[in-house]
Design a protein around this ligand. Structure first.
Ligand code: FES
Length: 103
């Protein structure tokens, strides 16, 4: 199974093949904001994929549009609900994305 490393949190999460970063993180109890519920209608699930970004599902136009709104956007930014995991990646969660509450 592909692994998602969160070095800042000292956590490694196993993802199902083709699962979104968001789903895998939430299942492992890592709070990631997802105001729209993962349907690409907000930008609160923004994460930065430090390594392995090339193994993720390619970015679609609607993700690109939403991502433009994300705070602290970088070249390695993705919306975690849209980026599907197919290999090992290293992910950083920007301050705005750190969720403090369950949905
Ligand atoms: S949760 Fe809203 S775009 Fe990902």
């Amino acid at each position: 199974m592909p692994k998602i490393h969160f070095p800042e949190l000292g956590k490694t999460v196993e993802a199902l093949e083709g699962e979104s970063i968001l789903k895998a993180a939430l299942r492992a109890g890592i709070p990631v904001e997802h105001n729209c519920g993962g349907v690409c209608a907000c930008s609160t699930c923004h994460v930065i994929v430090e390594e392995g970004g090339n193994t993720l599902s390619p970015m679609q136009e609607d993700e690109e549009d939403q991502l433009d709104e994300a705070e602290g956007l970088t070249l390695k930014s993705r919306l975690s609900c849209q980026a599907l995991v197919h290999g090992d990646i290293v992910v950083r969660i920007p301050p705005c994305t750190k969720g403090g509450h369950e949905h």
